[in-house]
Design a protein around this ligand. Structure first.
Ligand code: SF4
Length: 330
């Protein structure tokens, strides 16, 4: 039979009466033996179906400005502290960003994000993003998102007024593990950016990368920090070790470990959008279609910032084959 703590927590979560799993119970689920992972996944599937139904969000991104970042995030190919061989480029023109949006919209994406490297943009760059957002809104029904580094209140309002509805800014990992990942800015800078986005009326999209060397307890800690910030959506990435970065030699998570992470995030954030993003293909391989059963209700389709994603048609077919429904644009 299923583990009693698992059943108890699953039933309380499904009861929809404001129950919030504790850090201790979250760690208890994380500590379940391997043979209980499938049971944990099936319970997470029930929670996803209860609160998210059969709708799947398909996010897409464009790498609008690449490389030469002053920050030293240990996993990142775009940090100027790493020699990874990527081709840096300045901010794209409005037309280039609009063309990318049109292509991804035609392929089935319902959300599009303009992503830039760097701690923050210049005022002029922010205006270019704003103009591109207006043009994309005119030409497509895409929901618009952006990920442009740290924010100020004025900039958050400016982005909202330009037609952007969601702001993405990852915490990347647990506060207690952050020093192992980044030494050039504080965790609080990232937390404040999420709060500023929400205060400006933008939806806050914030998650992290698993497999950086954090413990299971720190994975629970991150999921609970995101819950306490009341973010609207949580992108879950798995480390895809890039040669030349400080984490270039790290091992990949196993597929079952990755699926267990997704299930834990669903238990801790039962009503939030959970999208599987970077590292999906290399980490999950043939088990990619399990991400929804494990609790996710979205994925990033198309290419990632500096690495290729798999063919979008394969992802759209996967969603259909699972009798799930890809969300349409706005
Ligand atoms: S994750 Fe973002 S802030 Fe960190 S090094 Fe990469 S581009 Fe810079």
């Amino acid at each position: 039979m299923f583990n009693s703590t698992l059943i108890e927590v699953a039933e309380k979560t499904l009861a929809n009466n404001g129950f919030r799993i504790s850090y201790e119970d979250g760690c208890g689920l994380a500590a379940l033996p391997e043979e209980e992972t499938t049971a944990l996944i099936l319970c997470a599937d029930k929670i996803r179906r209860k609160y998210k139904g059969d709708r799947i969000t398909t996010c897409s991104i464009t790498n609008a400005k690449s490389g030469l970042c002053t920050e030293d995030c240990a996993f990142c190919a775009q940090s100027a502290h790493h020699e990874t061989g990527i081709e840096p480029h300045p901010l794209m023109s409005e037309e280039e960003m609009v063309n990318d949006a049109l292509k991804l919209h035609a392929s089935g994406a319902n959300e599009f994000s303009m992503v830039t490297s760097g701690f923050a943009l210049t005022d002029q760059e922010l205006e270019t993003i704003g103009r591109a957002a207006g043009m994309i809104k005119e030409k497509t029904g895409l929901k618009l998102c952006s990920s442009l580094g740290v924010l100020t209140e004025a900039r958050a309002k400016q982005l909202k007024n330009s037609g952007i509805s969601r702001y993405h800014h990852n915490l990347e990992t647990a506060r207690s593990f952050f020093d192992h990942v980044c030494t050039t800015h504080d965790y609080e800078d990232d937390v404040q950016t999420v709060k500023i986005a929400k205060a400006a009326g933008l939806k806050a999209c914030s998650g992290g990368i698993l497999g950086l060397g954090e413990s299971w307890e720190q994975r629970v800690e991150l999921a609970i920090t995101l819950r306490d910030l009341d973010v609207d959506s949580i992108p879950v990435n798995f480390l895809n070790p890039i040669p030349g970065t400080r984490m270039g030699a790290r091992p990949l998570l196993s597929p079952m470990e990755a699926l267990k992470c997704i299930a834990l995030f669903r238990f801790i954030n039962p009503k939030k959008d959970i999208m599987i993003c970077g590292g999906r293909e290399v980490t999950l391989r043939d088990l990619q279609s399990w991400i929804f059963t494990a609790g996710a209700n979205g994925l990033l389709i198309g290419n990632y910032l500096t690495t290729a994603g798999r063919d979008i048609k394969a992802d759209m077919d996967m969603i259909r084959d699972l009798r799930l429904v890809a969300e349409k644009g706005a």
